[in-house]
Every structure is written in structure tokens, then in C-alpha cells.
Design a protein around this ligand. Structure first.
Ligand code: UD1
Ligand code: UDP
Length: 377
């Protein structure tokens, strides 16, 4: 029986790791041990509840206004104690958060093999997203197992000199998560409110955008909402107080946007599948909406998910007010452009990522997702 410690701390990591916890639980050869840092407290708990996962260890590190120093220090020392107590054979972390980075670092220092779920994503701009691009590159440098979601992510890793035998193309586990969340009978008062309109789904939280860039993003959205009576927007707002302050400032008095508390993952996916389009700077939502045929305007200057831009499901619109306003207006008015984006292929997975990762942990190999020739460029 292989004991696998899974370390994660934020909402998106939980949404993408919980399906893997469930896959491990079904396998007699693997014993999952879940350690949450709780870098997010309420938003993590919401996601754990959606997938019915109870952590074995909870470091409970979140502080209001926490810095990268706080998160790194408390995760590193907390995971060290868990390693002593649980003595795992492998540590798995996910993605690019500071919990994932410090969790991987703890494993690396302790001499325990680290596996990186969602390896190989890159912008190659160390400051964007910040600090995620550094975190993901550093985690990949420390990892013995590199679970790349796409052939393109694999190609990044191989180009950087990672050994082919350590890289496995699995698809993204978020696509697995979505198999159990979307429900045709789902209802919600906010969906009822927007039922007479085209629903615009909005999220925003990136650290490097907080300040003027985020103000520009919100102003552009407000202008389009003010000009179009056929639109209503729902914005489940991140718990970061700075994001809340900016949204309150820009959207005050706008009746066609509802700013609501964070949705749980089941609700969020059911809003996405029912929306007209999404404006976001989220990583995970760039992967989810293309599966539902929903166009995504990505309010960032770079993306580590260029596959979606290449298939046409995502459009990078930056953080400039005028550029966002123009792209959003075009998508609202130009049905040919809308259909092109909505009809684009989802390149991020097929729902089999967790099985593939578990096969690698248990047997050392898996049948990979996608074909090497799928990646060109
Ligand atoms: C973190 C990750 C980011 C990820 C994002 C997902 C880092 C450095 N950042 O960014 O990669 O994309 O999560 O959402 O790892 N807060 C609460 N309750 C919560 C969650 C957050 O009150 O449940 C508030 C707290 O005041 C906290 C602040 O939000 O201090 C910021 O949280 P933090 O995890 O530091 O940064 P995020 O922007 O959420
Ligand atoms: N999400 C959620 N509730 C919300 C907003 C987002 O459950 O109110 C989910 C969303 O479906 C996706 C993940 O959270 O799976 C994305 O998280 P976030 O945007 O916070 O982080 P990122 O993906 O950018 O790291």
C-alpha cells in the first residue's frame, strides 16, 4: 500500500485535487492522506464540502492580509511536522499557489519524491502571473513525477530538459471534477433573476492586477452593462478585501450586476454552463468554460493556457479598459464571432486525468491523453 500525502490550500487546488482523492480511495494499492494548509479558509472549506472530502491534517494558516512570506513560512514548517507524523512515500501538490510551492519544498527537503499535478504550464514571464509563474517552475524543478495536463505542457517540460520518463500527459483533473457537478435540474435565485437576459459571468482576483488594472477591468465591464439592456451580470466575488473594495467602488449603483458571495464549485459550474459568456482572470475558469462551449474573455496580458487561445475558445483581452470594452462589445453584438468562440474545441482534458495519475503512482505508467502531434509550435 503506497501512502500518498496530498498537500493543498486554496479553492482551485481543492476543486482539482478532490477528484484525485476519490480515485485514490477506490484503489486498494493507494492510501491518500490529505493535508490542507487552509491558505484559503472559507473558500477551501466550501470546495471540500462540495466534494465531500475531510482532511486528515489542517494547518489552518490563513490570515487577513497574509503575505507570501506568511504563507510560505507557515506551510513549510506545518508540512514538515505532517511529514514526520504521516511518513508518506510520495507527496502530491497541485498547480502554482504558494501552498503548493512550500509543500513541494518541504517534500524536497525531506527527500520524499514530489509529484506535480498540472505541471508544465508556462507564461515564461516570471512576474505574470505573480508569484504563480515562479511557483510552478520551481515546483517542476523539485518534482519526480510531472503530470502535464496537455501535450503542450509536456513539450514545455521536455524543452526545459526534464527527463521524458518523468513526464505523463494526463489531461486536467478539473475536467474530471466537472463530471459530477453539472446538473440539468440546477436552480438558483440569481439564475432566475438573470433568466430574461444574457448572463455574463465574472470573476477576478489576480494579485498583479489589484489596483489600477483591476479598476480598468471593472470600468470596461460597467460601460458595456450600462449600454446593453439585454445583459445581466453575476459576479461571485473573491474574499480578498481589496478586490471587494474596487468592485464596490466601480459597480456602485449599477443594477444589471449582482455581486454575490463566492459560489461553491457545484453552483459555479452550473452558472458557467448557463452563461452567455465569461470575463475572468482565473486559471481554472479558462479550462472549464470551453468544455461548456462558453466564450471566455481573459482579462490578463498573458496566459499559461495558450491551447485555449489557439483553438479559439479563449481570447486574451489584457487589462486595458478600452481593449476590454471593445472585445466585450464585439462578442455581445457579433453573432459570427460568438459562434466561432463557442464552437471551439476544449483542449484541456477528457475526464480521465485522475485515473491516469493514479495509474502512474500505482503502476509507474499510464495511457496518455492526446497525441504528441496535437502540439504544434
Ligand atoms: C491565491 C493564490 C493564487 C490562486 C488564488 C485562487 C498564492 C500566492 N495565490 O490567491 O495563485 O489563483 O488563491 O483563488 O498562492 N480570503 C479570505 N477567505 C478565503 C480566501 C481568501 O478571507 O477563503 C482573503 C484573506 O484576506 C486573504 C486574501 O483573501 O488574506 C488573499 O488570499 P491569498 O490566498 O493570499 O491570495 P489569493 O489572491 O486568494
Ligand atoms: N469557483 C468557485 N466559486 C466561485 C468562483 C470560482 O467554485 O465563486 C471555482 C471555479 O469553478 C474554478 C476555480 O474556482 O474551478 C477557480 O478558482 P480561482 O479563480 O479562485 O483560482 P485560479 O484558478 O485562478 O487559481
Amino acid at each position: 500500500m503506497k501512502k500518498v500525502l496530498m498537500v493543498f490550500g486554496t479553492r482551485p487546488e481543492a476543486i482539482k485535487m478532490c477528484p484525485l482523492v476519490k480515485e485514490f480511495e477506490q484503489r486498494p494499492g493507494i492510501q491518500p492522506v490529505v493535508c490542507v494548509t487552509a491558505q484559503h479558509r472559507q473558500m477551501l472549506d466550501q470546495a471540500l464540502k462540495s466534494f465531500d472530502v475531510t482532511p486528515d491534517y489542517d494547518l489552518n494558516i490563513m490570515k487577513q492580509g497574509q503575505t507570501l512570506f506568511d504563507i510560505t513560512q507557515s506551510t513549510l514548517s506545518g508540512v514538515r511536522e505532517v511529514l514526520d507524523a504521516a511518513a508518506p512515500e510520495v507527496i502530491l501538490v497541485h498547480g502554482d499557489t504558494t501552498s503548493a510551492f512550500a509543500g513541494a519544498l518541504a517534500g524536497f527537503y525531506a527527500g520524499i519524491p514530489v509529484g506535480h499535478v498540472e505541471a508544465g504550464l508556462r507564461t515564461y514571464d516570471r512576474l505574470s502571473p505573480y508569484p504563480e509563474e515562479f511557483n510552478r517552475q520551481a515546483i517542476d524543478a523539485m518534482s519526480a513525477y510531472l503530470f502535464a495536463p496537455t501535450q503542450r505542457a509536456r513539450a514545455n517540460l521536455i524543452r526545459e530538459g526534464k527527463s521524458e520518463k518523468n513526464v505523463f500527459v494526463t489531461g486536467n483533473t478539473v475536467i474530471d471534477a466537472m463530471q459530477s457537478t453539472v446538473n440539468a435540474a440546477y436552480s438558483h435565485p440569481e439564475l432566475a433573476w438573470a433568466a430574461d437576459s444574457r448572463l455574463i459571468f465574472i470573476t477576478a482576483h489576480r494579485r498583479e492586477s489589484i489596483g489600477e488594472d483591476m479598476r480598468h477591468m471593472f470600468k470596461a465591464i460597467r460601460r458595456v452593462l450600462d449600454e446593453n439592456q439585454t445583459l445581466k451580470a453575476v459576479f461571485p466575488i473573491h474574499m480578498n478585501p481589496e478586490v471587494r473594495r474596487l468592485a464596490a467602488e466601480v459597480f456602485s449603483g449599477c443594477e444589471r450586476i449582482h455581486i454575490i458571495e463566492p459560489l461553491d464549485a457545484i453552483a459555479c459550474h452550473n452558472f458557467e454552463v448557463r452563461c452567455f459568456l465569461c470575463l475572468t482572470d482565473s486559471g481554472g475558469i479558462q479550462e472549464e468554460c470551453p468544455s461548456f462551449g462558453k466564450p471566455v474573455l481573459v482579462m490578463r496580458n498573458v496566459t499559461e493556457r495558450p491551447e485555449g487561445v489557439e483553438t479559439g475558445a479563449l481570447k486574451l483581452v489584457g487589462t486595458n479598459e478600452e481593449a476590454i470594452y471593445q472585445s466585450f462589445t464585439r462578442l455581445v453584438n457579433d453573432s459570427a464571432e460568438y459562434s466561432r468562440m463557442a464552437g471551439a474545441e476544449n483542449p484541456f482534458g477528457d475526464g480521465g486525468a485522475c485515473k491516469r495519475i493514479a495509474d502512474v503512482i500505482q503502476f509507474g505508467h499510464c495511457d496518455e491523453f492526446g497525441k504528441a502531434q496535437d502540439y504544434v509550435g
